[in-house]
Design a protein around this ligand. Structure first.
Ligand code: AMP
Ligand code: GLY
Length: 422
């Protein structure tokens, strides 16, 4: 089989690594890829959001399966364009990708499906939003409705903070048109878990869970990021909770989407708060998490490729995934300054030494090769140092031993990934 992976981050490196291990694979491309992915796949210089060029390339090369990593191409209609061209694509249609593109749409669908979430209200008038916040009191959550690069959510500890967030989002439009509508939500309290379900439009099967570390600093302090590390499985997410989430959130939402004529095929990322009253939906994403994907892929024993095909073909009902009885942990190494501004082009040494630590895979997120062959950082999140172990403590020790073998003075990482479970 010939496969094209779309994207160029750590998630896509992990997907290429898992797909690359499949005996069904004959050729793997990645657009645009990165320096780590280039060791497993042929990287193609097409941007992940250049839908016409991706489709043309896939047609020229008679690609059997397009696998989309990030959400942006999906919200732009990559899966629809593939379908129109007779290409198979793993990932939801544009209509189904609204589950990530619009938070109000997600809450409507979840409510219609009876899935447990947060109390919420939608506003297009800032004065009305502020009045509602004053009536509800704090803590309270303010969200821009549309995509805002993960920065559209303010968990406000006070009413004043919430009012300021409404002014920033709706009046100053700091996230542009995404802020035309805001959602004000009840503040859920508990541990957050990222749960993943593989969906074929009608049937879903669990793909495992992980816990992300969104804040930049140790002890969950500092700014929000795309994710500074993850581990899997999270002990807080028991099998009973998984079954409850499948029965009360995933299956009913899948049925609701099918009823609306937008069946969901792909990975449904269920952002959950495990509250004292049980699991509550925070949000959906329509793709794997990054770095959660890295933590899941190193635990997967089954061949990923047939599972992705079964999801595309509506054949998950008879499908079963097997997992290693291992714990995994990812430490993200980022450029100093991230998630603010940071230097690009700094040299990274010692990856080979890090990769020799038993149980370690170093996934690249933002790297390139300089003309002289040196590895350089090109993004904010740069490496996902991923390890497995028979215990989480063992996985953590291996991941940090590998991190310490990497010589990159301009990089940093959190030193406490996994702390909630250790
Ligand atoms: P989102 O962009 O929807 O993933 O939200 C970003 C982060 O805000 C989440 O990971 C949570 O930590 C937090 N968050 C979002 N919604 C709520 C809520 N209703 N209650 C508490 N925290 C929330
Ligand atoms: N790590 C969170 C995300 O991928 O959205």
């Amino acid at each position: 089989m010939k496969v094209l992976v779309v994207g160029g981050g750590g998630r896509e490196h992990a997907l290429c690594w898992a797909i690359g291990a499949s005996p069904l694979l004959s050729k793997l491309w990645c657009a645009p890829g990165n320096a780590g992915i280039a060791e497993l796949a042929e990287c193609v210089a097409i941007g992940a959001e250049d839908i016409p060029a991706l489709v043309a390339f896939a047609q020229e090369q008679s690609v059997d399966l397009v696998v989309c990593g990030p959400e942006a191409p999906l919200t732009l209609g990559l899966a629809d364009a593939c379908a129109a061209a007779g290409l198979k694509c793993f990932g939801p249609s544009q209509a189904a990708a609204r589950l990530e593109g619009s938070k109000a749409f997600t809450r409507e669908v979840a409510d219609a499906a009876g899935a447990p979430g947060a109390r919420w209200q939608r506003f297009t008038d800032p004065a009305a939003a502020k009045a509602y916040v004053r009536e509800q009191g704090a803590p309270i959550v303010v969200k821009a409705d549309g995509l805002a690069a993960g920065k559209g959510v303010v968990v406000a500890a006070t009413v004043e903070e919430a009012e300021a967030a409404i002014a920033d989002i709706m009046e100053s439009r700091i996230h542009g048109e995404s802020g035309a509508t805001v959602l004000i939500e009840e503040c859920l309290v508990g541990q957050e878990v990222s749960f993943f379900a593989l969906c074929d439009g009608n049937t879903a099967i669990p793909l495992g869970a992980a816990q992300d570390h969104k804040r930049v600093g140790d002890g969950d302090t500092g700014s929000n990021t795309g994710g500074m590390g993850a581990y899997s499985p999270p002990p807080v997410f028991t099998d009973a909770l998984r079954d409850e989430v499948m029965a009360r959130i995933v299956q009913p939402v899948l049925a609701e989407m099918a009823k609306r004529g937008a069946p969901f095929r792909g990975v449904l990322f269920v952002g959950l708060m495990i509250t004292a009253d049980g699991p509550r939906l925070i949000e959906f994403n329509v793709r794997f998490g990054d770095p959660e994907c890295q933590a899941l892929m190193v635990r997967l024993r089954s061949d990923l490729l047939p599972a992705l095909l079964a999801a595309c073909d509506g054949e998950l009902a008879s499908f079963d995934l097997r997992w290693e009885k291992l714990h995994s942990l990812v430490v993200v190494m980022a450029a100093k300054g991230y998630p603010g501004s940071y230097a690009k082009g700094t040299e990274i040494r010692g990856i080979e030494r890090a990769a020799q630590v038993p149980g370690v895979q170093v996934f690249h997120a933002g790297t390139a090769r300089r003309e002289d062959g040196a590895l350089v950082a090109t993004g904010g999140r740069v490496l996902g140092v991923t390890a497995t172990g028979t215990t989480l403590a063992e996985a953590q020790a291996a991941a940090y031993a590998a991190v310490d073998a990497i010589d990159w003075p301009e990089g940093f990482c959190r030193r406490d990934i996994g702390w909630r479970a250790l």
